[in-house]
Design a protein around this ligand. Structure first.
Ligand SMILES: Cc1cc2nc3c(=O)[nH]c(=O)nc-3n(C[C@H](O)[C@H](O)[C@H](O)COP(=O)(O)OP(=O)(O)OC[C@H]3O[C@@H](n4cnc5c(N)ncnc54)[C@H](O)[C@@H]3O)c2cc1C
Length: 285
């Protein structure tokens, strides 16, 4: 097989990456490699070849407004321009792994890993982000909501590359919190993000490890929106407690060595209440 494609491709454009994937059925895309490489080491995954995205400068761009290349690292997401436009995203990036991991780990890798406890996913849900996907068939844009089908399974078609994430810039309070045995080097036992949109007068939450996929709860969002006095921005304690109860009822968290489902249910209620009270400027204890 003298003319067979080499197992490893280092494309310099998205078009080359898409072509390289098509030439290597069963090849794995590698961005930062912080998931792929440990998976290979621990034999949780095998690969018929690799297509690296690391030499594609176009995937690392940040366009104000806000369009983030899929190759933007967690460290880059913490910088002031992103933190000003999407504070919750910067906050969640800040507690992703360690400084060494954040220097390599990409937004695209986090999204396509499709695990419910990944840091950035609840934030992308709360922000109503959309994903830009490229393949030999062209480009398509899909909402992030619905992209994670099951733990580890994204709605990515064969041969597709995630090229960018579009994040609407919202005016209002945003935050992200993660509960874990510790923050560094540890995935979220549970997590939550809140995004307040003062222009649309709407509150949206996103929850991590609250179900098999990153979770939104329409009922909790509606109750949170109703709990805000939009003329002052204040949130009542009763309103926040009612939201916490809806969250406790709405989630369906996993049970594993890190925590029971009952613990996760309770913690998610606490996080929702705390985030909403913070949004209202109140003491959140
Ligand atoms: C020590 C350590 C600590 C960690 N801590 C955390 C943590 O606290 N929180 C957290 O969320 N994660 C954590 N992680 C996991 C990991 O760092 C993140 O999920 C990271 O964002 C993955 O990005 P990556 O670029 O390294 O992905 P890669 O390993 O390169 O890829 C991950 C998956 O996505 C696919 N992929 C990557 N880019 C694309 C693309 N553009 N289009 C299509 N498919 C693509 C790959 O084929 C692969 O299946 C940790 C990892 C380590 C090693």
């Amino acid at each position: 097989m003298l003319l067979a494609a080499p197992r490893f491709a280092l494309p310099e454009t998205v078009a080359e990456a898409v072509a390289a994937l098509a030439e290597r059925p069963g090849a794995v895309l590698v961005a930062g490699g912080t998931e792929v490489l440990p998976d290979l080491l621990w034999r949780r995954r095998s690969a018929a070849g690799f297509v690296s995205l690391r030499r594609i400068p176009g995937l690392r761009t940040v366009v104000p407004g806000l369009t983030l290349g899929s190759g933007v690292t967690a460290a880059r997401l913490q910088r002031p321009d992103v933190a000003a436009a999407a504070p919750a995203l910067a906050r969640s990036a800040a507690s992703l792994g360690t400084p060494q991991v954040r220097a390599e780990a990409t937004l695209g890798g986090n999204v396509v890993s499709a695990l419910p406890y990944r840091n950035l996913l609840p934030v992308l849900l709360a922000l109503d982000a959309t994903l830009v996907l490229a393949s030999a068939a062209g480009e398509r844009e899909v909402p992030f909501d619905g992209f994670v089908l099951a733990p580890g399974q994204a709605a990515l078609r064969p041969g597709e590359v995630l090229t960018a994430v579009r994040v609407p810039v919202r005016t209002g309070f945003q935050d992200y919190v993660k509960v874990g045995r510790r923050n560094a080097q540890y995935v979220a036992t549970v997590s939550a993000a809140v995004v307040v949109d003062t222009a649309e007068r709407r509150v949206r939450f996103g929850f991590g490890n609250a179900a098999a996929t990153p979770l939104r709860l329409d009922e909790a969002d509606r109750a949170a929106t109703a709990a805000v006095d939009w003329s002052t921005g204040a949130v009542t304690l009763d309103g926040a407690e009612a939201v916490a109860e809806l969250v406790r009822r709405g989630v369906d968290p996993p049970e594993d060595d890190a925590a029971t489902a009952a613990y996760r249910r309770h913690a998610l209620g606490v996080l929702a209440r705390r985030l909403l009270l913070r949004a209202g400027g109140a003491d959140d204890r």
